[in-house]
Design a protein around this ligand. Structure first.
Ligand SMILES: Nc1ncnc2c1ncn2[C@@H]1O[C@H](COP(=O)(O)OP(=O)(O)OP(=O)(O)O)[C@@H](O)[C@H]1O
Ligand SMILES: [Mg+2]
Length: 181
C-alpha cells in the first residue's frame, strides 16, 4: 500500500479545519451565541472563558460560531504561535486587513487596533491563551473595548471534568491565572 493511500483526507488534521456538524454541542453553541449576539447590534458583549479537557471541541465550537455569525468582526489567534502583545496585535490587524509595517511599536499597533474596535464590536478569540507571555495583550484588548473569548490549553482542574465544554464569564482571576504562568 502506498503512503499516499493511508490518509483518505488530510484536511481534518489541519488547524484550519472546522467540522461542518458539531455533534452534541447544541447547548453550548446556543449559550455562546446568546452571549455574543449583542455584537451583531454593535453592543458590548460579556467576555467568555471556555474550559474543558483536550479534544472536547473548545477550538472547533468557538471557530464555528465566529465563522458562521461574526465574519468580518471577529478574529482567531492561536497564542502558541503569537505570544507577545506585539505579535497578537500584528496578527489581529492583518486579519482585519490593516497593513502592519516592520518597525511599529506595540502602542502604535494598539492605537490602530483601537480604531477598528471603535467602529464595530469585534470579538477576539485567544485560543491556547495560557501560552501568552505578555499580559499587556489583555490590557490593550480590554482598553479597546473588544470582546474576548479565551480558551486555555491547560487547566489544572480540567482532568476532573467530564467531556464537555464549560462556558462562563471571564473574570479578573482568569487574567491573574494567565499572568502567573
Ligand atoms: N462536537 C464535535 N463534533 C465533531 N467533531 C468534533 C467535535 N468536537 C471536537 N471535534 C473534533 O475533535 C478534534 C479536537 O477538537 P478541538 O481541537 O476543537 O478540541 P479542543 O477542546 O480545542 O482541544 P485542545 O484542548 O487540545 O485545544 C478536532 O478534529 C475537531 O474537529
Ligand atoms: Mg483547542
Amino acid at each position: 500500500m502506498s503512503e499516499a493511500s493511508i490518509l483518505i483526507n488530510e484536511l481534518p488534521l489541519t488547524e484550519a479545519f472546522i467540522p461542518t456538524r458539531l455533534l452534541h454541542r447544541e447547548g453550548q453553541l446556543r449559550e455562546i451565541e446568546r452571549c455574543l449576539s449583542p455584537a451583531l447590534r454593535h453592543r458590548r458583549i460579556n467576555n467568555l472563558y471556555l474550559v474543558g479537557p483536550t479534544g472536547t471541541g473548545k477550538t472547533s465550537v468557538a471557530k464555528w460560531i465566529l465563522d458562521t455569525h461574526f465574519q468580518g468582526q471577529s478574529a482567531y489567534v492561536n497564542c502558541w504561535k503569537y505570544q507577545t502583545a506585539h505579535d497578537v496585535l500584528s496578527e489581529l490587524l492583518l486579519t482585519f486587513q490593516i497593513p502592519v509595517f516592520g518597525r511599529e511599536s506595540t502602542s502604535d499597533l494598539a492605537t490602530k487596533f483601537e480604531k477598528i474596535a471603535r467602529k464595530k464590536q469585534v470579538i477576539i478569540f485567544l485560543d491556547e491563551a495560557d501560552r501568552i507571555r505578555d499580559a499587556d495583550v489583555f490590557y490593550h484588548l480590554i482598553k479597546s473595548g473588544a470582546g474576548i473569548v479565551l480558551a486555555p490549553s491547560i487547566r489544572k482542574d480540567s482532568g476532573q471534568m467530564s467531556r464537555i465544554v464549560m462556558i462562563r464569564r471571564l473574570d479578573e482571576s482568569d487574567f491573574t491565572l494567565m499572568k502567573s504562568r
